[in-house]
Design a protein. Structure first.
Length: 150
């Protein structure tokens, strides 16, 4: 399984940053490849994204959620995938967001893209766009303070 990991420092407090990240249905606003996200319930999310020029759908289960600290998920349909996002305070008004995405390239086109660093660049851009999105708003569009233990 391949993985990418990237971080960004956001000029907002940890609660605001975490609360915005938990608004999964807003991801298409700052993640270019993501077309739609539907939160089915507190721990299940359905994704539709364009990957290597093709539309893909899958469901993921949130397997761990610790407010202001960490969210971990695992794919339960579609290509094998999973990951974690962590939140670390850098002061009263700054937060480091670190995203690790584990995925299985499904065909030669996805394997070639992975070898060329396409996914790494996409994750880096998505984090930069998230940073711009939340910093320009100054407030989260909602919150999910639930806790899910692994």
């Amino acid at each position: 399984m391949a993985y990418v990991e990237a971080s960004t420092d956001v000029r907002e407090d940890i609660e605001t940053v975490y609360d915005q990240w938990t608004q999964f249905e807003s991801f298409p606003e700052f993640m270019d490849a993501v077309e739609r996200v539907t939160q089915i319930d507190d721990s299940h999310v359905r994704w539709v994204a364009r990957i290597a020029g093709r539309s893909k759908e899958w469901e993921a289960e949130i397997v761990e959620q610790v407010p202001n600290t960490r969210i971990a998920w695992a794919g339960i349909s579609g290509a094998p995938n999973g990951g974690t996002v962590t939140f670390a305070p850098l002061g009263a008004d700054s937060t480091r967001v670190t995203l690790r995405l584990d995925y299985e390239p499904e065909d030669w086109l996805e394997r070639a893209g992975e070898a060329m660093g396409v996914m790494q660049r996409q994750v880096r851009q998505d984090l930069d766009d998230f940073k711009s999105y939340i910093e320009s708003r100054g407030t989260a569009t909602g919150e999910s303070r639930g806790r899910i233990a692994s």
